[in-house]
Design a protein around this ligand. Structure first.
Ligand SMILES: Cc1cc2nc3c(=O)[nH]c(=O)nc-3n(C[C@H](O)[C@H](O)[C@H](O)COP(=O)(O)OP(=O)(O)OC[C@H]3O[C@@H](n4cnc5c(N)ncnc54)[C@H](O)[C@@H]3O)c2cc1C
Length: 498
């Protein structure tokens, strides 16, 4: 038998998806060229700015011991309460949050491979710890963590997600992935019906390839595509993550014969502090997310409420608050709290955002620039609609007002009042390339485009109106890994007899 050369797989994008694809293809025996549009300082794409939360299935503590040894340090709790999160629960939640539109085959694959992929990341050096912040709380010495959202990567602050990227980049380099920085994919080349290469950068150099994996993220950083797909008000929106995900990889895949999928007019967008700009390099902090809305009310420039602030745990709702704000006059809003919750908001949900403090409703109205009579009427109507008795909990909703506040409804009647100015921060777009559960890019007739694969934010079909926190990093790692492995498997040459 003679040695046959290893196939060459080009992976475009060095975010979590691209690194996962590159590593899995390389470990399956392929030669891998990883093209990254940015410089080395841009590695990681959106993951570098992320909270590092992964949503995955587990049956109980035994599933977690192989992933994290961190059962105590700094926890300030005697034990952890984290209900199991089954595949069925994962699938049901994704399906419900997409209004039934998420493609069942993709949902099932994400749920089915999630635990195994978190273990795979841990084996590559990613360190995980228990989620102590995102929707988690210590009560009576017990750390309660929402089902599925149990682990984040270790690291400090808002951009702890970079700690997912650092070990993966080191691993990819160690195993011989050839990384080319400042090398954007501009075109996927096809010949004889299958992919034969990737055109890189302005010079138009073609890298010959047996397969191309598109892992270039969404199109949220393209002003033109935002206007075209999301609407004109999105043109000047703040970004929460990478400035390089401009959709050029998606467009190259579409030109090569792939089909569009998913919600091109929708996106993940949170309420953020308007004083912080869109981040530039990976080490920059994203605009601080103002996730305290569920502890007060959100009002618009006219002094009116416009959204249900408490339809469930905030961590299941924050991703649609930016869209709700974008629909308001001036695309802005104010989060308003009283002394029942102001200290908690300042502590947990406001970062360095500047609080606007007022001792009465008219003073508040003047300070935030909304009509005093409207604001007084809105707050009075809200207070009257809150259930009687003290305390706020998920089960306490308003009665008789529109929009309702379905949970955590407590009157705002203990001045001084505190307001935070909020605008939308765009996290990522939901529309992209159609794929099958193995990461093959599909053409209009539903058949694979030979040699073309895609994963992560570059694909559509999983997230629609809303999504559960942690599912995006999980999608990136699961489908990146799957697409890289499929590409390597399907380009493996049959051995030739001598
Ligand atoms: C502030 C913030 C917080 C978040 N927190 C969480 C969280 O806690 N949990 C969670 O699940 N998700 C979270 N997310 C979402 C999550 O980070 C992303 O969904 C995920 O990282 C997407 O990975 P990706 O590799 O598919 O895309 P990206 O991260 O966008 O990576 C794409 C890469 O491709 C490069 N690129 C672009 N165009 C080209 C081209 N033409 N050629 C070559 N390279 C190109 C980019 O520079 C980038 O490096 C968060 C996102 C943000 C912004």
């Amino acid at each position: 038998m003679t040695e046959t050369p290893a196939p060459t797989i080009v992976v475009a994008g060095a975010g979590l998806t691209g690194l996962s694809a590159a590593i899995s293809a390389r470990e399956a025996g392929a030669r891998v060229v990883l093209l990254e549009k940015g410089g080395r300082e841009d590695v990681g794409g959106n993951a570098a700015f992320s909270g590092g939360l992964f949503l995955f299935c587990y049956d109980g503590p035994d599933d977690l011991t192989s992933i994290t040894e961190d059962f105590e340090p700094g926890m300030k709790a005697d034990r952890i309460e984290a209900p199991p999160y089954t595949r069925q629960a994962y699938a049901a939640e994704l399906s419900a949050m997409s209004g039934g539109q998420a493609e069942p085959r993709l949902v099932d694959r994400l749920a089915e491979r999630s635990l195994d992929t978190v273990r795979w990341l841990a084996a590559k050096g990613v360190r995980f710890t228990f989620n102590r912040t995102v929707g988690a709380a210590v009560r009576d010495g017990v750390l309660h963590i929402p089902p599925g959202q149990i682990l984040t990567c270790t690291g400090e602050g808002m951009s702890r997600g970079f700690e997912v990227i650092r070990p993966l980049l080191a691993h990819a380099e160690r195993i011989g992935v050839e990384i080319r920085w400042c090398a954007p994919l501009v075109e996927v080349v096809r010949g004889d019906g299958r992919v034969t290469g990737a055109v890189v950068g302005d010079g138009g150099e073609t890298v010959p390839a047996d397969a191309v994996v598109v892992a270039t993220g969404g199109f949220q950083a393209s002003r033109e595509l935002r206007r075209e797909c999301l609407g004109p008000q999105w043109e000047t929106v703040r970004l929460r993550g990478t400035r390089l995900a401009t959709g050029d990889g998606i467009r190259a895949a579409l030109r090569a014969g792939a089909q569009k999928a998913g919600a091109w007019a929708s996106c993940h967008s949170a309420a953020v502090d308007p004083t912080r700009p869109s981040p530039q390099r990976s080490e920059a902090s994203p605009p601080f997310p103002l996730h305290g809305f569920w502890l007060g009310v959100l009002i618009n420039r006219h002094g009116e409420r416009f959204v249900d602030e408490g339809p469930g745990p905030w961590v299941k709702n924050y991703s649609k608050m930016g869209k709700a704000i974008m629909r308001q006059p001036g695309c802005e809003a104010f989060e308003i709290f009283d002394q029942r919750t102001a200290a908690r908001v300042a502590d947990e949900f406001a970062g360095a955002a500047e609080p606007i403090v007022a001792h009465s409703v008219p003073e508040l109205a003047e300070r935030i620039g909304v009509p005093a009579d409207r604001l007084a009427h809105t707050l009075q109507a809200f207070n009257n609609a809150c259930p009687s008795g003290d305390g706020a909990s998920e089960g306490r909703g308003t009665a008789g007002i529109t929009p309702p506040k379905s949970g955590w409804a407590s009157p705002l009647d203990q001045p001084p009042f505190v307001a935070y100015h909020a605008v939308a921060g765009l996290t990522f777009t939901f529309g992209g390339i159609r794929i099958d559960p193995d990461g093959r890019a599909l053409s209009a007739d539903g058949t694979p485009v030979p040699g073309l694969y895609a994963a992560g934010e570059a694909v559509g079909g999983l997230f629609y109106g809303d999504y559960p926190g942690g599912a995006a990093l999980m999608r990136a790692a699961v489908f990146g890994r799957v697409a890289g492995a499929t590409a390597a498997q399907e380009t493996k040459p049959a051995p030739h007899p001598a």
